[in-house]
Design a protein around this ligand. Structure first.
Ligand code: F6R
Length: 241
């Protein structure tokens, strides 16, 4: 495990974007795992800049997003599908047909979950996975529990997650209560993982994680401590020495 502590949000965004750039230049047909939430937004802005100003080429890149709310249409501005096009895909030269996000509006959600895992497998797995972390230790929407899903699954969101994400909606009531999330295996099988965290609110969970002597399903991110190639990119604020 590598831990990089940077002075501010802008710097962690630039460092993560630079690592993504290096991977795409090493492997132009990279399979990139992406997250939503506020944490990677600066990274996406920096990737757009690298595309526009430095010619970073996404034309052969495939992307898989971690999760999607159940019940939201892909054109609903609160859906992660819409959001990803808005904040990244529409501004770079990625082929939209190579951008995958679970289908939360599928008539058969179980099938949608199984086919998501199959597409990831068929593409050879994820080369580089970008993650944020919930204040409760969740990664993707794998919430603290006595058991964690191995495969892409339908999950009930924690009240803490619903409250945290209500900032993107008009009210807490509007936040969907269920989501489809990539399970732990597709994440853990990624060849390289970057977990980013910024802001004081993340400091307690980051501290628990970095000081952990055990893995626990009640801190889903603790499973990352078993991964052979994981880098934590943290702001000074998110890292309480
Ligand atoms: C988003 C996701 C979540 C977020 C986490 C942190 O696709 O999977 O696990 O990464 O909730 O969210 P922010 O970045 O908004 O603090």
């Amino acid at each position: 495990m590598k831990v990089l502590i940077e002075k501010d949000y802008k710097t962690i965004s630039e460092v993560a974007a630079r690592m993504i750039k290096d991977e795409i230049e090493r492997k132009p047909n990279l399979t990139l795992g992406l997250a939503t939430g506020s944490t990677p937004m600066g990274t996406y802005q920096e990737l757009i800049r690298l595309y526009k100003e430095e010619g970073l080429d996404f034309s052969k890149v495939t992307t898989f997003n971690l999760d999607e709310y159940v019940g939201l249409d892909r054109d609903d501005p609160n859906s992660y599908s819409y959001h990803m096009r808005d904040v990244l895909f529409n501004h770079i030269n990625v082929n939209l047909e190579n951008t995958f996000i679970p289908n939360g509006k599928s008539k058969n959600l179980e099938d949608a979950c199984a086919s998501y895992d199959k597409i990831i497998r068929d593409k050879g797995g994820i080369d580089l996975q970008i993650l944020g972390i919930g204040e409760n230790g969740h990664i993707a929407f794998n919430e603290p529990s006595d058991k964690l899903n191995i495969y892409t699954s339908i999950v009930k969101l924690d009240d803490t997650t619903i409250n945290a994400n209500s900032r993107f909606f008009n009210s807490t009531e509007e936040v969907p209560k269920t989501a489809i999330t990539m399970g732990m295996s597709s994440i853990m099988e990624a060849r390289k993982i970057i977990l980013m965290a910024h802001g004081k609110k993340k400091a307690p969970i980051v501290k628990r994680l970095l000081e952990a002597k055990h893995i626990s399903t009640y801190i889903p991110a603790s499973l990352l401590l078993l991964h052979p190639n994981v880098t934590f990119i943290l702001t000074e604020e998110a890292y309480e020495a």
